[in-house]
Design a protein around this ligand. Structure first.
Ligand code: NAD
Length: 327
């Protein structure tokens, strides 16, 4: 059934892809972001595009007016470098999430989705690079990523209490590192897969064949390709899953292995310079997908090599569209 759907954070990476997917399914879509429209990663003429600051309660009311479904993806966020140096700014996303809950509840929408993060998990469970994958219960007792993770954990709980106390139908996914084309790859907010693609491309184009890696490269992570994220997000939204659930790949790699893959895609070898003082986040993190398998009989499965090939190709095009390749 076609629905009236609002996506917040629609000028960003995941929001832009979600808007595209929902409009292609024939839904009536409203896209909202604080950025000027010309800065959105993706923009569609058949969508109601609104520039609104969702920190403000009245903007949230405008965003949800007349809508049935809300995907709230707006947040002030970025990779480790950004969230370690902007804790107050990350916590201020609580204004968006508070006002969006209030507005969605007052507008009596059918469903409300909140994009949470693996950064809610207890840091003590992520000290070892030989990780035990994180189960949903591992968020408590709480010791979330300072700033960004605490805000996500608080906003998850707000969804829960709006559901219990006011009957707002909420769904919450804990995204683990999402990557893909049409996202941030430069400027300070980029995450590891895009940053490594950019660095390898720079090394290739300049002929230096050397890149800097944050940390010792031994830290472990999993990375979910955007198409899996879109599918999982909509499946969770339509499901009966009341509590926050992992949405992430369980293909665990070291950052060094991520560089190996990128080198392979690029067709070059690079010398690696390790910056041990740079922000690198927890030592190890993976997604335990038992719960999502139990509920949905599905989990993200796009191989990292395949997703990186598509991501690299897009970033390469962006970086070379005005500049001839050297190597
Ligand atoms: P993004 O930064 O590309 O998109 C977020 C968008 O929110 C931006 O376009 C930004 O302008 C917008 N925004 C910020 N403040 C706003 C405000 N006051 N009013 C309106 N819009 C505002 O990030 P993304 O990677 O697309 O992430 C989307 C959501 O998923 C975020 O909530 C993020 O925390 C969550 N998440 C993402 C990842 C990931 O790996 N990308 C991992 C975990 C969680």
């Amino acid at each position: 059934m076609k629905k009236k759907i609002v996506v917040t954070g629609a000028g960003g990476f995941i929001g832009g892809h979600l808007v595209n997917d929902l409009r292609q399914q024939g839904n009536t879509v409203r896209a909202v972001d604080i950025k000027p429209l010309e800065e959105w990663y993706q923009r569609f003429e058949d969508v109601d595009n609104l520039q609104l600051d969702l920190d403000l309660r009245e903007s949230c009311h405008k965003a949800v007016a007349g809508m049935e479904i809300v995907y709230n993806l707006a947040a002030n966020m970025g990779g480790m470098g950004f969230i370690e140096h902007n804790k107050a700014l990350c916590m201020l996303s609580v204004l968006i999430n508070t006002h969006m809950c209030i507005a969605a509840n007052e507008a009596d929408v059918d469903r409300y989705f909140f994009a949470s993060s693996a950064c809610v998990y207890n840091a003590d469970k992520q000290r070892d690079r030989n990780v035990v994958a994180l189960k949903e219960e591992d968020a408590y007792p709480a010791l979330a990523e300072d700033g960004y993770g605490w805000e996500k954990l608080f906003s998850e709980r707000m969804c829960r209490h709006f559901r219990e106390d006011y009957g707002l139908t909420t769904r919450v996914a804990r995204y683990h590192n999402v990557y893909g084309p049409e996202g941030t790859y430069t400027g300070g907010r980029e995450k590891a897969p895009a940053a490594i693609c950019r660095k390898v491309i720079e090394a290739k184009l300049s002929g230096t064949h050397e890149i800097e890696i944050w940390g010792d490269g031994q830290q472990t992570r999993s990375f979910m390709y955007i198409d899996d994220c879109l599918k999982g997000t909509q499946m969770i939204m339509e499901s009966d899953i009341l509590e926050p659930i992992n949405l992430g790949s369980s293909e665990l790699v070291t950052i060094n292995h991520l560089v190996d893959i990128t080198e392979d895609v690029a067709g070059i070898k690079v010398k690696r310079r390790y910056d041990l003082g740079a922000p690198k986040g927890v030592n190890g993190r993976n997604s335990d997908n038992t719960l999502i398998q139990n509920y949905l009989g599905w989990e993200p499965s796009i191989r990292l090599r395949d997703g990186m090939e598509r991501t690299y190709a897009w970033i390469y095009d962006q970086m070379t569209s005005n500049q001839p390749a050297i190597a």
